[in-house]
Design a protein around this ligand. Structure first.
Ligand code: NAP
Length: 248
């Protein structure tokens, strides 16, 4: 039977690459996005052109009502869920902490922490066997920044990903008995739009050159790790934080 997943921030970057790979491997995909409907439709069209099934679902992960509607809409469209890729995330322009506004800090933690926790909570409710779920897997998208701290760039973002790591460790222990595995990937320097949204479009290529593999990574390379953690090939893996960061 076809399995279904919801990918938050599935319309661009790592989420889009994961949507395409999941569909290629036979999963039905809920492609969540926040505001850019054209990008979401493009992702759905790419999946469908490859013979897969996807649906675009708008919703801001930092708004509880949106998250509740999002999961409901995903199940209505795709049937009972088998997994969540908890991927939506933002950065902001590089600054030392002393220069960051309160509004920026609040938005960072609203989307990257509160949003990730809300989506993980809904996944716990939908997937847990004691709540009539099928079991399944949650893959949180953290960052190597959680280990590095990102000084003078974005210690706010780094801290938000530290929270995602801790969520992964705790929730894996809560949900193991429910038939749900919970893991995280920690990407390094990946070629997506996120760097431009932080004011540095060339950042991944520039800093990627200094990694052990001498280059930036692709969204597809992260998608491979996410799909491994989602699928049965990783059946004895839970609570793991998988670096996909070329040794960085
Ligand atoms: P991206 O290319 O900027 O794409 C971000 C995606 O998230 C878009 O689909 C966007 O939708 C969605 N999104 C943003 N805010 C949202 C919100 N409040 N609610 C719902 N969706 C929202 O980013 P990316 O590089 O693929 O990053 C994906 C994840 O990987 C993030 O968690 C990021 O922190 C993490 N990561 C990335 C890198 C990297 O080097 N790229 C490294 C480490 C970790 P709209 O287009 O509609 O706004």
């Amino acid at each position: 039977m076809t399995k279904s997943i919801l990918i938050t921030g599935g319309s661009r970057g790592i989420g889009r690459a994961t949507a395409r790979l999941a569909a290629e491997r036979g999963w039905s995909v809920g492609v969540n996005y926040a505001g850019n409907a054209d990008a979401a439709q493009k992702t759905v069209a790419e999946v469908e052109a490859a013979g897969g099934r996807a649906v675009a679902l708008r919703g801001d992960v930092s708004v509880e009502g949106d998250v509740l509607s999002l999961f409901q809409a995903a199940e209505n469209a795709l049937g009972a869920l088998d997994g969540l890729v908890n991927n939506a995330g933002i950065v902001a322009p590089s600054l030392p902490l002393a220069e960051m506004s309160a509004d920026r800090l609040k938005r960072m933690f609203d989307v990257n922490v509160y949003g990730a926790y809300l989506c993980a909570r809904e996944a716990a409710r939908y997937l847990s066997k004691s709540r009539n779920g099928k079991g399944g897997a949650i893959v949180n998208v953290s960052s190597a920044a959680a280990r590095l701290g990102s000084p003078f760039e974005y210690v706010d973002y780094a801290g938000s990903k530290g929270a995602v790591d801790t969520l992964t460790i705790g929730l894996a222990k809560e949900l193991g008995p429910q038939g749900v595995r919970v893991n995280a990937v920690r990407p390094g320097l990946i070629d997506t739009d996120i760097h431009a949204s932080g004011g540095q479009p060339g950042r991944a290529a520039r800093l990627g050159a200094g990694t052990a593999l001498g280059r930036e990574g692709t969204a597809e390379e992260v998608a491979e790790a996410i799909m491994w953690l989602l699928g049965d090939a990783s059946s004895y893996v839970t609570g793991a934080l998988l670096d996909v960061s070329a040794g960085r």
